[in-house]
Design a protein around this ligand. Structure first.
Ligand code: ADP
Ligand code: UDP
Length: 236
């Protein structure tokens, strides 16, 4: 597999073409950003740890029957994926109230929800990823009604797989963000699943083990990402 031109440089990954038009080369960077890029830092080993956690989780999802873009890892920080036509929305599922939902609705962080809550956000840094609903997505043409239904079903299905997986590692899956895209008529899970896009709390101490350590200046960011990997049994 040959790495060709850079197609996109994101906040935490680069995307390159390959010699196969159906496949992309993702490189996980050490760049850490928060607040739509307003806060930035370099965190040693973040690319490697996220690439390995992502590969592990994508493998678990595939094994449970969730179709993803993931093909294989190419190196410690690189992965080969199917090239998707991404839908410009972020799908969030929350098991416990935190972050923007806590602020928006005035519900204390840590409130355990009786059932998971699903939210859509419009993927736009310039607009700070606003909360949207099915009607915005359908009427504005960001996805079809059928794609909306499939994104929701797949996002909840991911919760059914990941909640127990993390629970067995002594970690509460508080919330997470997924992105989807189309590949030859099929809707596949894209992007990444790592502590950058999830909230993960130690089940006993409630200590944060995710990107909130960076957002909120709690320190030991990568040490905690490595602890997540260790507990899941991801070899580093
Ligand atoms: P951002 O765009 O938010 O800064 P990243 O740094 O993670 O995020 O950049 C990766 C970009 O690649 C994201 O915009 C994501 O939507 C896109 N992407 C992820 N997986 C795929 C895929 N399989 N095919 C096409 N684009 C993808
Ligand atoms: N999230 C993400 N990328 C985004 C927005 C949110 O990965 O652009 C993740 C975030 O890490 C958390 C979940 O989605 O696990 C819910 O985030 P929230 O809406 O609470 O926003 P925040 O307050 O974290 O910006």
């Amino acid at each position: 597999m040959e790495k060709r031109q850079e197609l996109y440089r994101g906040k935490s990954k680069t995307v390159h073409a390959t010699d196969d038009p159906d496949l992309l080369w993702l490189t996980f960077l050490n760049d850490a950003t928060a607040f739509d890029g307003a806060k930035k830092a370099q965190l040693d080993r973040k690319g490697e740890v996220n690439c390995k956690i992502n590969a592990f989780i994508m493998g678990k999802l595939e094994a449970a029957g969730v179709r993803t873009h993931f093909v294989r890892v190419l190196s410690d920080t690189e992965a080969l994926v199917r090239k998707l036509t991404m839908l410009p929305v972020e799908c969030v599922v929350r098991n416990v109230v935190a972050g923007s939902m806590s602020k928006r609705l005035g519900i204390p962080e840590g409130t355990v929800l009786p059932a998971p809550i699903f939210e859509f956000f419009y993927k736009s840094d310039a607009l700070h990823d606003p909360l949207i609903n099915d009607s915005h997505i359908e009427v504005l043409g960001w996805a079809t009604r059928d794609e909306i239904a499939r994104m929701k079903a797949l996002t909840f299905r991911v919760n059914d797989v990941l909640k127990p997986l993390f629970a067995a590692a002594g970690i509460t899956l508080v919330d997470y963000k997924l992105e989807f895209g189309n590949y030859r008529g099929e809707l596949l899970l894209g992007d990444e699943l790592s502590p950058d896009g999830c909230r993960l709390w130690d089940s006993t101490t409630q200590e944060k083990m995710d990107k909130d350590r960076f957002r909120r200046d709690l320190g030991n960011v990568i040490e905690m990402y490595i602890e997540v990997a260790k507990r899941l049994g991801v070899p580093l």
